[in-house]
Design a binder for this molecule. Sequence first.
Ligand code: 5GP
Length: 207
Amino acid sequence: MKKGLLIVLSGPSGVGKGTVCSVLRHRMPELIYSVSATTRAPREGEVDGVNYFFRSREQFQDMIVHDALLEYAEYVGNYYGTPRDFVEKTLASGKDIILEIEVQGALKVKEKFQEGVFIFLTPPSLDELKQRITGRGTETDELIDHRMNEAVREMNLMRHYDYAVVNDQIEAACSRIQSIVTAEHCRIERYLGETAKEAEAIRESMR
Ligand code: 5GP
């Protein structure tokens, strides 16, 4: 059985990763989502185990010590990390999984999974991004500045990704991501190993 694709989606805070992911859930129901652990407090409407596993700093540090996280990063004063077991089991079962994580964590994943598909969602402009973060109404001025600084830093690291998708319109951005996933499934490397094995089996049966 072919392993599933590990898809990493990053992009600055406010670019619309959450919305893109929720549209993708409808358009690609076969895609599995990794639920991250975080020490940040839940926002209104967020549910433990659905949006995140909300954990205390002690609990999070315990996960780090027990190597239960594939990657983790500190972002705007809180820890965020990807539970390892779920990702590994999903890939082994042949299903694709998507991780919606920030850049430092994505780069750590890249060290371990060079075959991963790294997609960077960009805003049409930084001005537009600031309007989106401000418009969300969930952050203080200080936090907005902090998130904008992070955004600029993250955009500078875009070159480490395989694909850039501009989130000008949600549906169009989702179509581009779907096309990327389809193309990645068709990569020749995913078939060469199998073809070589099949050729060997045919040769064996002819001996
Ligand atoms: P938010 O607090 O807005 O939900 O997320 C803040 C940032 O943390 C976002 O850029 C989000 O993609 C990122 N993030 C969410 N989960 C993880 C994770 O498991 N690992 C890392 N490295 N970043 C994450």
